[in-house]
Design a protein around this ligand. Structure first.
Ligand SMILES: Nc1ncnc2c1ncn2[C@@H]1O[C@H](COP(=O)(O)OP(=O)(O)OP(=O)(O)O)[C@@H](O)[C@H]1O
Ligand SMILES: Cc1ncc(CO)c(N)n1
Length: 270
């Protein structure tokens, strides 16, 4: 069968906990060959974002073509894509390809800094979401996509239905990290709801949780797992990554990419 590969198209985190760096570490842990296209270079760490520099669109395209025309990935994910131009480019490149496509619709960093221009938000909804296999919004991102507020589990389910049935996503996981109580994620695939629940871990070391979670899903889809199995593995992996989070940095520390090994999550299940 040979090795499977995955491509992340996203911004960077030089402190290693989020963005491209988190994605590549996650792909490696999930035994998938990782590749990357950088959209923006971000000066950030566990305390927040200092500065963002977008790469020229023609250069993002060059990076993409370099990878795609040589090693076509078995799955592709997008994280931070800040501008309309970047979104249009990605839509053009991915349209018509049957490679599984995971969108983490990153809008604002945990520290509150915007990672997506306001005007681009409707473009991700209209141009990219219809191309997706899975979208993984947190509650504020899902609220933006559907245009109503989400306070309860019923609201999250209603939003999930809108994202699949009206916006055209293949499937959606509305993440419960921002709601009260247990951390309950809702998967809707157009047919049924599946719930993935963990206890809420009492920690502020959650830098990069969303990136890591969606990167696991990407790696699992690259290996041919079903969406449900991929999300199940993503949830198990991120829970242990938060549970055993690393005491690094002076702010919201990174998660532990080796955490799941302590629980023995099998690497080649299913
Ligand atoms: N305190 C917590 N305890 C347990 N699980 C959590 C906690 N916070 C988040 N999670 C889980 O982590 C995953 C990522 O969710 P989260 O809502 O943190 O993403 P996000 O806000 O997109 O992250 P990011 O800051 O990277 O953008 C989900 O599966 C969520 O349920
Ligand atoms: C580059 C990048 N992508 C995503 C996030 C979301 O946490 C971040 N902080 N930085």
């Amino acid at each position: 069968m040979g090795v499977k590969s995955a491509l992340t198209i996203a911004g960077t985190d030089p402190s290693g906990g989020a963005g491209i760096q988190a994605d590549l570490k996650t792909f490696q842990e999930r035994e998938v060959y990782g590749m990357s296209v950088i959209t923006s270079v971000v000066a950030q760490n566990t305390l927040g974002v200092e500065q963002v520099e977008h790469l020229p669109i023609s250069f993002i395209e060059k990076q993409f073509d370099s990878v795609w025309n040589d090693i076509k990935p078995n799955a592709v994910k997008t994280g931070m894509i800040a501008t309309i131009d970047m979104m249009e480019l990605i839509a053009e490149k991915l349209k018509g390809s049957n490679v599984p496509y995971i969108i983490d619709p990153v809008m604002v960093a945990k520290s509150g800094h915007s990672l997506m221009e306001e005007e681009s938000r409707s473009v991700i909804r209209n141009m990219l979401i219809p191309l997706s296999t899975v979208v993984t919004p947190n509650v504020p991102e899902a609220e933006f996509l559907v245009g109503f507020s989400i306070n309860t589990q019923e609201d999250a389910e209603k939003a999930a239905k809108v994202i699949v049935e009206q916006l055209g996503a293949g499937a959606v996981v509305v993440k419960g990290g921002h709601l009260e109580g247990d951390a309950k994620d809702v998967l809707y695939d157009g047919r049924e709801f599946t719930y993935f629940t963990s206890e809420r871990l009492n920690t502020h070391h959650t830098h990069g949780t969303g990136c890591t979670f969606s990167a696991v899903i990407t790696a699992e889809l690259a290996k041919g797992r079903s969406v449900k199995q991929a999300v199940k593995t993503g949830k198990a992996y991120i829970t242990d990554a938060i549970r055993y989070s690393l005491e690094l940095g002076n702010g919201n520390g990174p998660t532990n990419q080796w955490g799941y090994r302590l629980q023995g999550l099998p690497n080649q299940e299913g």
